[in-house]
Design a protein. Structure first.
Length: 326
């Protein structure tokens, strides 16, 4: 089994950022902090929507949009085995499980035999089935690895993964750590990728402003949740909670980074941090289930939540449009 140092803490929800940290922790004593990886992947300002799926888990979709560029910044070279657009609707395809075993498991097994860990999205045991994880071992067709919520223990893959990346090369010792300016520019690139209509997130996934519109529509005209049933306040509260957490991590990282930037980039970083904190504060009242239940049961409450969604969506859209297109 490949040696991976997996760690996770409370308020760390982005499983792909945890995967990168685990991969990088194996080759250096001081891997990048979680908030930096969230920013580099564009997840500190990302909004994604997957209409027809549980709203509470929308934030687990399209996390890999900026993955190749972010990984490259840290000296990781990835090879994708499954294009993002091809993942749409796979959980509703009974044939895909066998196709995964026949076509993808041999490739993953070969990578692991060459000591190349593998990033995989979905297929993990519940409640981690929508998270990313790192595959590190194969016993026949049974693959196992680390994912969020498993307390640092390896677990077996329980179904087919929908996204797979082989880590062909880890961080070489001679790679110089990225400068504050390079890290900021990567965060800008990633944020812009998520904000642009038509991002390659898959045919069933919206990003940026369109995703905020989908959230507004779901609040004003709540569909029956395909997982929870009914107008689940849990779903809305979970989405709000994760978004608040991501914005706070983004703000902390930007505030820390700003000291190492020149005057122009420092001003942009400080403005971005302020917007991230404003978004978190605006959504904070909707993080808890019981208050959110009362909001969703009232037409006035739903209108107030929709207004909050409109405001934070507009705030982030204006901010991201002002970032340098590097």
């Amino acid at each position: 089994m490949l040696a991976i140092r997996w760690t996770e803490s409370a308020d760390e929800y982005e499983s792909l950022a945890l995967c990168l940290r685990a991969l990088l922790a194996g080759g250096q004593p001081d891997p990048p902090p979680y908030d930096e990886l969230v920013a580099a992947l564009g997840l500190g300002s990302a909004m994604t929507a997957a209409p027809g799926e549980c709203l509470g888990w929308w934030w687990t979709y399209a996390r890999e949009l900026a993955l190749p560029q972010a990984a490259g910044l840290y000296g990781l070279r990835l090879r994708g085995l499954h294009p993002p657009q091809a993942s749409a609707g796979l959980d509703r395809s009974p044939e895909f499980a066998q196709h995964f075993v026949d076509s993808y498991v041999p490739l993953i097994r070969a990578a692991l035999a060459h000591e190349q860990p593998v990033l995989a999205w979905r297929g993990w045991p519940r409640p981690a089935d929508r998270h990313w994880g790192v595959l590190v071992a194969a016993d026949g067709d049974q693959l196992s690895g680390y994912t969020l919520g498993c307390e640092g223990r390896t677990v077996g893959l329980a179904g087919p993964a929908h996204q797979v990346y082989v880590v062909e090369e880890g961080r070489p010792p001679q790679v110089t750590p990225a400068s504050p300016a390079a890290l900021f520019q990567q965060s800008c690139r990633a944020a812009l990728t998520f904000s642009r209509t038509g991002s390659p997130a898959g045919i069933d996934v919206e990003t940026g402003e369109q995703a905020y519109k989908q959230w507004r529509e779901a609040v004003m005209h709540p569909p029956a949740c395909p997982l929870c049933g009914g107008r689940s306040n849990h779903c809305v509260a979970q989405l709000a909670h994760v978004l608040v957490s991501a914005r706070r991590h983004q703000a902390v990282w930007l505030e820390r980074l700003a000291d190492g930037l020149d005057n122009g980039l420092r001003a942009q970083a400080e403005r971005w941090a302020a917007v991230s904190r404003s978004v978190a504060e605006r959504l904070e009242p909707y993080e808890s289930e019981q208050p959110t239940k009362a909001v969703l049961e009232s037409p006035l409450g739903r209108e107030q939540l929709a207004q909050a969604i409109d405001e934070v969506g507009a705030l982030e859209s204006r901010l991201i449009e002002s970032l340098p297109d590097v």
